[in-house]
Design a protein around this ligand. Structure first.
Ligand code: FE2
Length: 162
């Protein structure tokens, strides 16, 4: 297996997180009744699919590293999915779902910022293009998920037995 550079490892991680985000949005969509919130989740899923596509394209251009990057991404996806299974048990509701989403999206924002920072030194054009496209989207995902979480929290009866 080819050794990955730090830059390639971080590329693999954002790819894996984008794959995990597709599963997460699907799972959380099943926990909410609100149609506008569901639509929001669907849009996030489409953007996660597009992110996966773009990351894979960049990985494919790295000679001999594609397989190793995809494998590392798979590992990250697995870890993130495990976290989701742990956090969202059988009794999880929409608010729990969105609390998980805020963690997942904050994680994506952080990872994309790290990749972007690493590339300040590396100066790779394809990575720069990718991070400039993805970072604002992930920041929007985080603020949208937080907004949805607060909306659902606002509709909760705080004295209801949970
Ligand atoms: Fe996201």
């Amino acid at each position: 297996m080819a050794e990955l550079t730090t830059l390639e490892e971080k590329l693999a991680e954002v790819l894996g997180l984008a794959q995990a985000a597709q599963k997460a949005t699907e799972k959380v969509e099943g926990l909410v009744d609100d149609e506008s919130i569901a639509a929001n989740l669907r849009q996030m899923r489409e953007e996660a699919e597009e992110t996966e596509r773009r990351c894979t394209e960049v990985a494919e251009e790295r000679d001999g590293k594609k397989t190793a990057i995809l494998e590392k991404a798979q590992e990250t996806k697995g870890e993130a999915s495990e976290m989701m299974e742990t956090y969202l048990g059988d009794d999880a509701d929409g608010l729990d779902g969105f609390e998980f989403m805020t963690m997942a999206e904050a994680g994506e924002v952080g990872h994309w910022a790290v990749l972007s920072k690493l590339n300040e030194q590396a100066g790779e054009e394809k990575i720069a293009e990718l991070t400039e496209w993805a970072l604002p989207i992930q920041e929007r995902h985080f603020s949208e998920t937080k907004e949805c979480a607060l909306r659902l929290a606002g509709e909760k009866d705080p004295y209801e037995e949970s």
